[in-house]
Design a protein. Structure first.
Lengths: 160, 733
């Protein structure tokens, strides 16, 4: 029995401790927003945050995540940066099939948390591990730049 | 969520005004939380709401005023779940913010794609074929609702007007909502289709104006459900190993170690596939790798790609069925000699789809019924497949469709559905069958290998006067849609070649059907045109080079009779700065596309090539005339994405066979373009009121030749065989 802190809540799962976090999230806990794409950390579809750092859940044993704070796509909108990324994604109509976008959004949110105004090179470096077969890359790049310009505390009235 | 979204019966504009007054926060909350619509299967929806007014298969309106639109075309990224509602809503006179969407169930009678005769989403057809039928469906419903209001008020329907789900009698200002009218409208006769009035395009409020996509809000927060996200009580997970060779069989299985793995529940052994059923996918995967399976490879166990190419090359020596014949190309070619006569052979490889969502299907077989949950481009075919396997009648097979994590033609096949049903027959309760990425790559239904012979004669005036194109490959449609395969011609295999727009006095196009059943082959994004456009637009470039002409000027002179092609060529080349100086080491290539999709495209690619043959694509400019546009931003997005898909395919895409087995397995050797490799992409729409053309695939199809021609411009090497980088490496060595 493993106890994992996911999106601020403790979850227990009766799985082999070597089970990759991806399958614990999806199959044991029913949190299907994190996607299976390749199983070997080549595509980034399974990207989650471990203490804010983007990690590939398909190759991370669940036991290695014990004691850390895990954030998934289901809760990224609860963070200021995540909310900005989601908004920018919708504003610029980034998404096509959407299957890889959980991972793209998680990677973008981690980048913006670390570098609030990333350059194109920063984006290349942070997102080059995330494949999108629909080819939404030009819009992903534009949306990250846009997210960087959105107000940090959108709930506060303008000028307050 | 659905109900909440619908209670917020405010227009976007009204909300924006309110939102501005109360601060940006509320606005953000609205956009993120209120817009997502839960898309349900019809069965699920029928349990929660009983529509009162359902004049056709596409529209349901309840007493509560809820407007539900049924999506017969599936959403795999191409934006149909916005463009189809736009067509319906335009004529129904409701706002997109007022509708809820539902996946259609399989039903050819209600939802057949007129081009195919069954319920299919593919070949860039959705807007083309449903442009009028969905508008008519909307207009039918609106006419009945207006008639119901007019009857209530005892006035002339012509004196009433519908807008945003409300009918108003202009003279008296009386109003009735669609919900209030639904019951009465349902009792009225369906209007005569011949007398149905469709809107004048100048009055369109939705069609042609960028609309926010309806599916995407649920795709930024993990809520959108793909086939793989189905979760059912008691559901188990399974993963499979099918015969690594087409036609191979299981000889025996040692499952001792697999059964000992925690979480593994069952090993299912069928003729050609073994499945491990477990509590989760990880246990299933571990179980699968612990199996020792002995295969009988059958007749294809020694086949390699070279064998396939040899077969195609031999077939190319025979003349094929004539697809198009004008003038006398044979005579012109037989009397000509080099350098006026130019002959080339082009080859394109097998390709895998590698959609981001690996193949999966969830099935629950019970004695008297079968339920299937998946993402499919062909729902009725999937249903039929499940019915054949189980022996159940169609009405006992329920198929629930989901968002597709990419289709690209792969999900036009239902091999994975029948396989899943066969496995599920042996399993108690529902089971989700997931292919690993390796299984997905190695058991794809691949874009065929094609082998083309081209020859032409360039006259002393620098214009070609004869063109001969012999296409050699399998006839996918002979398998997929036999009635479409007539007189030995596969209309898909010759698409784009048959319609060659260039004004050449003698043109002969032939098709040689040659099947190599060592790999299953089918449709890949851009279908026949992706192959033909690469070949034609590379060869026309060869002719331009032979005539010492500028590639754009050469094409333009041959397109004088095609104003739409000329227009896109002019727009693309001007925007790309064709002819203007480039940094050292860069070159531009152009290509033009026209095919059965009815769209015209021209593209200019700008590339550089390293000493070792690595191609860097710096910029791609594409001009598109797809006639009437429904959602302009979607058109642009489809072209952008199509170009990215086309770059991956042309630079690196290749599936090879060794001992009957596919050599590639995952994204390390099925290379996909990444963000750091993606060029600047510009899409320019040439707008007009012509019939809508296809848009999901042309961007992919037009890209290969533009890249190859740019590579020629910068290296002087003419690459006639894809993928480009492989060939460049040997050409530059």
């Amino acid at each position: 029995m493993l106890t994992l802190k996911i999106n601020g809540r403790a979850h227990t799962a009766d799985v082999d401790p070597d089970t990759p976090l991806l399958w614990v999230l999806r199959d044991a806990l029913g949190m299907t927003g994190t996607k299976f794409g390749c199983g070997v950390a080549l595509c980034g579809a399974c990207t989650v945050h471990l203490d804010g750092i983007p990690r590939r859940a398909c190759v991370m044993p669940a036991s290695a995540a014990v004691g850390h704070s895990i954030t998934t796509i289901e809760a990224i909108g609860d963070t200021a940066v995540g909310k900005k990324v989601q908004q920018a994604w919708l504003d610029l109509e980034v998404i096509q099939c959407g299957y890889c976008q959980s991972g793209q959004i998680m990677a973008a949110a981690a980048l913006l948390a670390k570098i609030p105004s990333p350059t194109d090179q920063d984006i290349d470096q942070a997102l080059s591990g995330n494949i999108c077969r629909c080819g939404t890359y030009p819009r992903i790049r534009a949306a990250i730049h846009r997210a960087a310009t959105l107000p940090s505390h959108p709930s506060a009235p303008k000028g307050a | 969520m659905t109900a909440m979204a619908n209670k917020n019966r405010v227009s976007r504009r009204e909300f924006l005004i309110t939102g501005a007054a109360t601060g940006g926060g509320l606005l953000l909350a609205w956009q993120l939380d209120a817009l997502p619509r839960v898309v349900k299967s019809v069965a699920a929806a029928a349990k929660t709401a009983s529509p009162v007014f359902a004049p056709n298969g596409f529209i349901r309106i309840g007493k509560d005023g809820r407007v539900t639109l049924i999506m017969c075309q599936v959403e795999m990224g191409q934006g149909t779940y916005t463009s189809m509602p736009m067509l319906l809503a335009e004529e129904l006179e409701v706002g997109l913010d007022q509708v809820t969407l539902e996946h259609a169930p399989p039903n050819d009678k209600l939802y057949a794609n007129p081009i195919f005769g069954d319920q299919e989403t593919g070949a860039s057809t959705s807007v083309r074929v449903f442009y009028e039928p969905l508008r008519r469906a909307g207009a039918t419903a609106r006419t009945m609702l207006v008639a119901a209001a007019a009857q209530t008020w005892k006035v002339d329907p012509a004196s009433c007007r519908a807008r945003r789900g409300v009918v108003t009698h202009a003279a008296t200002g009386r109003k009735l909502s669609y919900g209030a009218l639904a019951e009465k409208a349902a009792a009225l006769p369906v209007p005569d289709p011949k007398k149905l009035a469709l809107k004048d395009p100048k009055d369109f409020k939705l069609i042609g104006t960028p609309a926010k996509r309806l599916d995407t809000p649920a795709k930024v927060n993990g809520k959108a459900q793909y086939g793989m996200d189905v979760r059912l009580p008691g559901m188990k997970f399974a993963t499979v190993a099918a015969s690594p060779v087409v036609g191979g069989k299981v000889v025996d299985v040692d499952d001792g170690k697999a059964k000992a793995i925690q979480g593994v529940r069952q090993i299912v052994r069928l003729d050609d596939v073994v499945a491990v059923v477990a509590d989760d996918m990880w246990a299933a995967k571990r179980g699968l790798s612990a199996l020792v399976i002995r295969w009988d490879d059958g007749p294809n166990g020694k086949v390699s790609t070279a064998d396939v190419v040899q077969g195609l090359a031999e077939a190319s020596q025979t003349s094929g069925v004539i697809v198009r014949n004008e003038g006398d190309a044979v005579a012109a070619l037989s009397s000509a000699v080099a350098p006026a006569k130019i002959e080339s052979i082009y080859e394109v490889p097998f390709l895998a789809h590698a959609a981001m969502e690996p193949i999966n299907c969830t099935v629950h077989v019970q004695p008297d019924r079968c339920e299937v949950w998946t993402g499919s481009q062909v729902l009725t075919r999937a249903q039929g497949g499940a019915a054949r396997v189980t022996g159940l009648p169609l009405d006992k097979v329920e198929v629930h469709n989901h968002y597709l994590g990419g289709g690209f033609g792969r999900r036009l096949e239902f091999d994975y559905v029948t396989q899943a049903v066969r496995i599920a027959q042996k399993v108690e309760g529902p089971v989700q069958i997931i292919w690993t990425r390796e299984e997905d790559i190695r058991h794809d239904v691949y874009r065929p290998y094609y082998y083309d012979r081209l020859s032409a004669v360039v006259g002393t005036d620098g214009r070609p006067n004869a063109w001969m194109h012999r296409i050699v490959g399998p006839a996918i449609l002979a398998r997929y849609a036999p009635p479409a395969f007539q007189k030995g011609i596969d209309p898909d295999g010759v698409d784009g070649a048959e319609q060659l727009l260039y004004d050449i006095p003698s043109i002969r196009v032939e098709f040689v059907r040659h099947e190599e059943p060592v790999l299953n082959t089918g449709f890949w994004r851009g279908v026949g045109v992706t192959h033909n456009n690469f070949v034609i637009e590379s060869f026309i470039d060869e002719l331009a080079s032979a005539a010492k002409a500028d590639p754009v000027a050469f094409r333009r002179a041959l397109l004088a009779k095609s104003p739409r092609a000329t227009a896109v060529l002019d727009v693309a080349t001007k925007a790309a700065g064709w002819g203007s100086p480039l940094p050292a080491g860069r070159g531009r290539g152009v290509s033009v596309l026209y095919s059965g999709w009815g769209s015209y495209l021209a593209e200019v690619a700008e590339v550089s090539v390293s000493k070792t043959g690595e191609v860097r694509v710096h910029r791609v400019v594409c001009a598109v005339d797809c006639g009437t546009v429904v959602n302009p931003d979607t058109v642009k997005a489809q072209i952008e994405g199509g170009i990215v898909f086309g770059i991956s395919g042309a630079l690196w895409g290749e599936v090879t066979l060794e001992n009957g087995r596919v050599a590639q397995s995952n994204f390390h050797d099925v290379r996909a373009l990444r963000i750091n490799e993606t060029p600047a992409i510009e899409v320019h729409l040439v707008r007009n009121g012509e019939k809508p053309g296809g848009i999901g695939e042309p961007g992919t199809a037009v890209t290969g030749a533009a890249l190859a021609n740019a590579v020629f411009a910068v290296t002087g090497k003419r690459i006639r065989k894809l993928p480009l980088e492989n060939q460049l490496r040997s050409a530059l060595a």
